[in-house]
Ligand binder design. Sequence first.
Ligand SMILES: [Zn+2]
Length: 68
Amino acid sequence: MAVNLDPDLLSILVCPKCRSEFRVDDEANELVCTNTGCALAYPVRDDIPVLLIDEARDTRTEETADQA
Ligand SMILES: [Zn+2]
């Protein structure tokens, strides 16, 4: 299921935590922060990004756990 976001909208969205840009993860239906030090993934529900830190998933714990 692909994320169907307006490119113009996506271009103005930034991570509310670190203000970095997003990349779209179509498989997970998420917007993922491109800042590797932050790397929060925000859910997209009904094509609307939920940019709430409380709703975000920290992807660092899965991919770079060795840095902890
Ligand atoms: Zn971020």
